[in-house]
Unconditional design. Sequence first.
Length: 260
Amino acid sequence: MSTVLILGGTAEARALAAELVPLGRRVVSSLAGRVTNPRLPVGEVREGGFGGSAGLAAWMLSEGVDTLVDATHPFAERMSAAAAEASARTGIPLLMLRRPGWHEGPGDHWHRVPTLQAAATTLTRPQPTTAVGSREPERGKAGMRVFLTTGRRSLPVFAGLSGVWILARSVDPPEPPVPGNVRVLLDRGPYTVEGERALLREHRIGVLVTKDSGGPMTTAKLVAARELGVPVVMVDRPQPPPGVRLAESVGEAVAWVQAG
């Protein structure tokens, strides 16, 4: 039986597994184990790391994997690099499944930056209207009020920024200690525009900082920001490893696996 290894954890990975299992494939979905109570795909599930590209290559050979699909988060740069290296080591074909990124539209005020560090620097510039859009960001007693949705592991990059208060949303709690200027909101998408609009208003958010993750599950915050005139600092996604074949939809990935 053909064995497909899906490096997953995303909605696209779960959808791909659901499409491939009924086709008679042995489908193993690998989850990094970084999220508590993850949504599990159909088929076999493996949790935990492989020990780098060498460990991934060895595991695939021992399990008879003949097809590898990297359907991890668009910002899982190290895992994608390991997948590309393991594919090169073993000769096992690799497809990277990446949903399209977001694009600025009419009424949006986005400032694109290449890294999380650049986003943090943007928040501390003396003239935020130039940095993040045409609207003056909301300021309260604690200074600029930021809605941060870049994940709990990114919080140290933004900790201790002078004159910045942060509402940080994540699925799981960040590692302690949590900085005094940060309030953590534990929640899991998908979200609604109505709910995101109410959240921005309740906390008097002046700037939204997010990653260009793409997909429909978390676009509500961008719509709410547009409606309320809240500027957005958008962190660009990393480039894929050179030479890796890309697919932007589950349908494309299914067709590629079937043709292999």
